[in-house]
Each structure stands twice: as C-alpha cells, then as structure tokens.
Design a protein around this ligand. Structure first.
Ligand code: T46
Length: 154
C-alpha cells in the first residue's frame, strides 16, 4: 500500500499501526483506542476464506459508524465514494489501516486467495445504521456536504 496516499474522499485517511519488528521471529502490530485508532473500539470482526476471486463485499455506507479496515494478510481493493469524489486503494500492508468514516460508500473487491480483513468498529452491530441503497446514500451525502449556511437557509 502506498503510505503517501492522497485522500480525495472525506471521512477517510491512513492509519499507521504501532509496530515492533522482530524478524525473523515475527512482527507485532498494535492498534489502541485514542492512540492509533481515532475512536473507542466497541466491536472487532474479520473476514476470511475469500475463495471467490469475483466476490464483492460492502456496497453500503454507514450513517454514524467509524471503522478502520486492516488487510492483515493478502490484498484487496477498497473503493470509496463520498458522493462527490471516488477513489480506490489497494490494501496489501498489515502495518496500515484505512479509516472508513460515516457517509462513505465502500465496496471491497479483487481479493487475493489468502486475504484476511480485520475491522475495528466504533459501535456494536446495528442494521439501522446501514444505507444499502446508493440513491439514498447520495441524498444523505449531499445533505451532509451542504455548507452550514445553506443548511439553515429558509
Ligand atoms: C465493511 C466490511 C469490511 C452482523 O450480524 N454483525 C456484524 O458485526 C457484521 C459486520 C455483520 N453482521 C451480519 C449482517 C449481514 O446480515 O452479517 C451479514 C453480512 O454483513 P455485511 O453486509 O455488513 O458484510 P460486508 O462484508 O459486506 O460489510 C462489512 C461491514 O458492514 C462493512 O462496513 O467495511 O465488512
């Protein structure tokens, strides 16, 4: 992963984990709330066994949820869309994660056979936080991106 990614989408960014390099006896990576991770972690989950190379996951945005996605093994491509800008990032470095904040449509694809995605999340699972319709997402993103002055216009 390019550690100098220029983020065009909002509510995202590169997260560098703390690392103790101990090769050839392994590397130790650390993610702590309020240190490397910009929120309190309430939930951890991971995705593995991505045996279908054509698999596509995600295709939704969250209203409030904050997450950090870490590709701890293999690689995949993360597509981000904030309703105005889009970009895709290839994740293949377990030393870094990508912040996926609220109102960011995200899709994952092009998984390597050995891909494992570790996700740190700011909230417990809540289906009502999902926006799974892209048109509804675009409306919500447009409201979220409106300048403060026009939000209060009568
Ligand atoms: C993201 C990627 C990496 C739960 O019951 N609890 C959970 O914590 C989660 C994450 C999912 N589920 C249920 C809800 C669905 O019925 O598992 C099913 C599949 O979940 P989802 O559609 O969220 O799966 P992905 O892989 O498309 O997306 C998830 C995250 O939602 C997403 O934000 O970044 O993993």
């Amino acid at each position: 992963m390019n550690q100098t990614i220029k983020f065009k989408v909002r509510n995202s960014g590169l997260i560098r984990l703390k690392c103790f390099k101990d090769l050839p006896d392994g590397n130790l990576f650390i993610a702590e709330s309020a240190r490397q991770i910009p929120f309190d972690i309430k939930r951890v989950y991971f995705i593995n066994t991505l045996a279908n190379p054509k698999a596509i996951r995600g295709k939704h945005a969250h209203r409030k949820l904050e997450q950090v996605l870490i590709c701890v093994s293999g690689s995949f491509v993360l597509h981000l869309d904030d309703g105005r800008h889009k970009q895709h990032i290839r994740l293949n470095d377990s030393a870094c994660g990508i912040r996926v904040g609220p109102l960011l449509w995200h899709t994952m694809s092009s998984f390597s056979y050995d891909c494992v995605i570790l996700v740190l999340a700011s909230e417990w699972f809540d289906e009502s936080d999902y926006i799974r319709d892209h048109d509804v997402f675009l409306q919500a993103a447009a409201r979220g991106q409106r300048p403060r002055s026009s939000r209060t216009a009568r």
